[in-house]
Design a protein around this ligand. Structure first.
Ligand code: SAH
Ligand code: SF4
Ligand code: F3S
Length: 445
């Protein structure tokens, strides 16, 4: 233990898994006397937890890495570490390009953060500790208690890595093979979060439906049902579900669960079978339609969201029109839309027929216009209904307006009333449905 309190500034990019890991890293650092600060100028340690899923994510990180050079110059004792997916992918290149980085930790080595920082603090010789590698042997990052952000919703990783090798995606290369955490460790963590007042948990994994295939202690449907029973937890969410592994048992678990939320994030990626095949997604649009039918039959009112990629190599105008038709047919509540970004080392980056940037942008624009229209229409169906909302806090722009989510994951805004508390469930009548949010008013009682 160090005797002096030190400050760490976190810069976190990427997906929820990264945010969950950053909380765990902060937990490790608290053990050696660090506290978190928002102000990079005050920090003794800056930790950048990175993403490399698209080129834009890497460009952003490189820009920020450049800015930190000035801070290092002004305060030579400042430590600067880069961790996570881009650290894993770039490794040596990162340090060659930015020698002011003190250490690099790959995705499987985050559990070593505390030791590395302690060593650097005691030696301060400025030697870069370059520790990058994917752990393939089933070892998980150290399980410490996370220093959770927020007060209502807790992220709980249930598995690390991905075995799917979609041809566009870098994640399996930088995160290694699927490793599931043990159910008892996950449940202990959920119980701890509940005891600390958290009311909602989100179980995280690149493909939660294949949870437990390695250790066979429980499958995902069983895990969800166990999580549902933890005292004090009012909502259980999960992401992401790969369509090829979505089971009837999972749909049944959602239907039967008390607190399991009726929301499926089921990324389809594309609506053309030729593109899905080239993406190595291992399902057809027909199989996907069947899943959607099963979800809507078994869990009426469930919301459905997706991820979409436009401009995958070989995507023709006709493929793109097929995707638009697919969206008109499925009618997602919301979609996260991405421009295809070639990632070196992935099979798709080497394919012929890379789509020119202007075409990609035009298609993305059309896709977003269509999806926004559909999202608005989906939300308009909720006009006049009363929704159960978990109160998360005040809206960012107006402290008299409160915000929370429906069980289906939609953001709700309403004027705050005396006696309302964060973490409680409220009944809100929807009076003004919009594309991204539902505005409403509190029902009495
Ligand atoms: N494991 C999750 C999500 C992983 S990354 C899943 O399979 O759904 C989140 C999203 O980023 C993906 O769903 C995909 O839509 C997008 N993505 C991944 N690689 C990409 C690339 N090279 N270019 C553009 N989008 C990409
Ligand atoms: Fe990437 Fe596919 Fe794995 Fe998702 S399932 S992380 S898109 S390889
Ligand atoms: Fe990015 Fe790694 Fe997540 S590449 S999307 S931070 S798994």
């Amino acid at each position: 233990m160090t005797d002096k309190m030190r400050l760490v500034k976190f810069l976190v990019y990427g997906c929820q898994m990264n945010f969950a890991e950053a909380e765990r890293m902060e937990g490790q650092l608290r053990g050696i006397g660090f506290e978190s600060t928002e102000d990079a100028e005050q920090a003794d340690l800056i930790l950048m937890h990175t993403c490399c899923v698209r080129e834009t994510a890497e460009d952003k990180a490189y820009g920020k890495i450049g800015e930190i050079k000035r801070l290092k110059r002004e305060k030579p004792s400042l430590l600067f570490g880069v961790t996570g997916c881009m650290a894993q992918k770039e490794s040596d290149a990162l340090i060659r390009r930015a020698p002011h980085i003190d250490f690099v930790l790959g995705t499987g080595r985050l559990g070593e953060l505390r030791r590395v920082v302690e060593e650097l603090l005691s030696e301060r010789e400025g030697d870069c500790q370059h520790i990058v590698d994917v752990v393939e042997d089933g070892t998980l990052p150290e399980e410490g208690l996370p220093a959770r952000q927020g007060a209502v919703s807790a992220w709980v990783p249930i598995m690390y890595g991905c075995d799917n090798f979609c041809t566009y995606c870098i994640v399996p290369y930088v995160r290694g093979r699927e490793r599931s955490r043990r159910p008892e460790d996950i449940l202990r963590e959920i119980e701890d979060a509940a005891a600390k007042g958290f009311r909602e948990i989100t179980l995280l994994g690149q493909n939660v439906n294949s949870y437990g295939k390695d250790h066979k202690l429980a499958d995902f449907a069983e895990l969800l049902t166990m999580a549902d029973k933890v005292e004090g937890i009012k909502r259980v969410r999960f992401m992401t579900s790969h369509p090829k592994d979505l089971s009837e048992r999972l749909v049944a678990a959602v239907r039967e669960g008390r607190h399991i939320c009726e929301h499926f994030h089921l990324p389809v990626q594309h609506g053309s079978d030729a593109i899905l095949k080239a993406m190595n997604r291992n399902y057809t649009t027909e199989k996907y339609r069947e899943l959607v039918r099963a979800i809507r039959r078994e869990v009426p009112g469930a919301s459905l969201t997706t991820d979409l990629i436009v401009g995958f190599p070989g995507e023709t105008d006709a493929d793109f029109e097929t995707l638009l038709d697919f969206l008109r047919e499925i009618r997602y509540d919301a979609a996260y839309t991405f421009l295809y970004s070639p990632r070196s080392g992935t099979p798709a980056a080497k394919l012929d027929g890379q789509v020119p940037d202007e075409v990609k942008h035009e298609r993305l624009e059309r896709l977003m216009v269509l999806q926004n229209q559909i999202s608005l229409e989906q939300n308009q169906k909720l006009y006049g209904t009363v929704q159960e909302v978990l109160i998360e806090g005040t809206s960012r722009t107006d402290e008299n307006i409160w915000t929370g989510r429906t069980r289906t994951g939609k953001i709700v805004l309403w004027p705050h009333q005396e006696g309302e508390c964060i973490g409680e469930l409220a009944q809100i009548k929807i009076t003004q449905p919009q594309t991204w949010v539902l505005k409403g008013e509190r029902m009495e009682g």
